[in-house]
Design a protein around this ligand. Structure first.
Ligand code: T5A
Ligand code: NA
Length: 213
């Protein structure tokens, strides 16, 4: 029987290279699969927020400061945006396709805790989503991130918010499935580290749902 796909989440601070590396990993997996004669895609990319979804469009407007939203409502919208992809993730994995995901519920929890929303409430709204086989935490030093360009114009792109998120993110870590990627290196070095971790992941263990975050 063909093996299942993997569900891999990339998390980390702004400009740690998550989007760059998520695209690169999908490209590498699909190239290798095509070389092996597989006509179908072996990996897909997914990103949260999905600014194209019905809910993601509103989140996008909030991030661009075009609309204001109550922070509780926003938190639930980020979660709801992920639940819109619940089935798609599960079906892809069941069909042997790897899902490489750029940010997930850990961003949701970290940003909302950084804003001061109540912890138990914040940690509950993503329960039931697919559990990642691995969370790759992109660890970038503030000095290196600063060299990758200044903050953009979006609402959460401030050094104050980044400091708070940087303090919260490590508290969400679960060593059972979180792996740290040294994101300070050049693109090729980071790419190799990501692929090395990818190759070691186990497709045999059962695919689970998140019972807690
Ligand atoms: N959010 C998100 C919540 O509040 N709740 C939630 O539930 C979720 C899911 C949107 C915002 O929403 C918040 C968090 C965010 O504030 P976003 O759209 O993912 O999040 O944010 P972006 O601004 O698109 O992405 P990031 O700032 O997080 O950057 P990345 O993806 O980590 O970095 P990347 O790959 O775009 O690279 C940044 C720059 O560095 C260069 C790249 O070319 C690029 O110019 N670079 C490198 N340069 C040198 N060496 C390397 N190794 C490099 N890797 C990348
Ligand atoms: Na990004």
């Amino acid at each position: 029987m063909a093996s299942r796909g993997l569900f891999i989440v990339f998390e980390g601070l702004d400009r740690s290279g998550k989007t760059t590396q998520a695209k690169e990993l999908v490209k590498t997996i699909n190239q290798k699969s095509a070389e092996a004669g597989n006509p179908n895609p072996a990996a897909i990319i997914m990103n949260f927020p999905d600014r194209q979804s019905v809910i993601g469009k509103l989140i996008d407007q909030y991030l661009k400061k075009e609309i204001d939203l109550d922070e509780h409502s926003l938190h639930l919208m980020f979660s709801a945006d992920r639940f819109l992809k619940n089935q798609m993730i599960r079906e892809s994995v069941a069909n042997g396709i790897d899902v490489i995901c750029d940010r997930y519920c850990y961003s949701g929890v970290a940003y909302s805790l950084a804003k001061g929303l109540p912890e138990t409430w914040v940690r509950s709204s993503d329960v039931g989503l697919p559990k990642p086989d691995a969370v790759l935490f992109f660890d970038v030093s503030p000095e290196v991130a600063a060299k990758r360009g200044g903050f953009g114009q979006e609402r959460l792109e401030t050094s104050e918010m980044q400091k708070k998120v940087a303090a919260v993110m490590p508290t969400l870590r679960d060593d059972a499935f979180w792996k740290t990627v040294n994101a300070d290196g050049d693109m090729e070095t980071v790419e190799k580290e990501v692929f090395r971790i990818y190759e070691q992941l186990d497709r045999q263990k059962p695919f689970e749902s998140l019972e807690k975050i």
